[in-house]
Design a protein around this ligand. Sequence first.
Ligand SMILES: CC(C)(COP(=O)(O)OP(=O)(O)OC[C@H]1O[C@@H](n2cnc3c(N)ncnc32)[C@H](O)[C@@H]1OP(=O)(O)O)[C@@H](O)C(=O)NCCC(=O)NCCS
Length: 176
Amino acid sequence: MMLSDLDEVMEIEPVAFGSHHWSRQSFVNELNNPTGHYFVASDEGSGKLLGYSGFWLVGEEAHITTLAVHPEHRRQHIGERLLLHDIGQAEKVGANWMTLEVRVSNQMAQQLYYKYGFKNLGFRRNYYQDNSEDALVLWTENINAPEFKALVARRQAEVEARLGCQDDSAQRHMEV
Ligand SMILES: CC(C)(COP(=O)(O)OP(=O)(O)OC[C@H]1O[C@@H](n2cnc3c(N)ncnc32)[C@H](O)[C@@H]1OP(=O)(O)O)[C@@H](O)C(=O)NCCC(=O)NCCS
């Protein structure tokens, strides 16, 4: 993610997160945060920004701070590929675990994280200020363990196989 992506990021952000969304300045701060690692997914043909995600590297932990896909482009494995990219990058910068908070009501995101072996190891009560909703705190196993790497490789192969069967250029030519 670069400063020049922020206009398009800010088109998705409020739709994805409602009144609790990050401001443009929050993203500017994150892009200047040495612990921050942020990525965008875009359509290779049109260059349109389809989604974004990122994490902080804190010690051995990669803390996913955001993940969002444009509502018109959901259920095309873009969120999943952003998560796969986060996992790969987290590994590259030396993380051993990944963690994140997710709203207890956010079943669609939880389903995605559970596919990657995230487990609910705690709650943060009244975490979200807009409606005082609790957050689940999810953690992976050690991302460098052979079992986790095997799970990621299986899921990646499944995604590639599915996309290979679909006739949609926006899906096949997405770049992260
Ligand atoms: C969560 C989000 C990023 C998923 O992006 P996406 O590109 O639509 O998701 P994908 O197509 O990659 O889906 C991958 C998996 O996630 C789960 N999933 C995604 N959307 C789902 C839905 N509407 N219902 C149930 N499961 C869903 C499924 O397990 C899916 O795998 P499957 O297709 O094999 O069943 C997207 O819905 C979003 O931007 N939501 C708003 C922001 C948000 O909640 N972010 C997470 C904050 S913690």
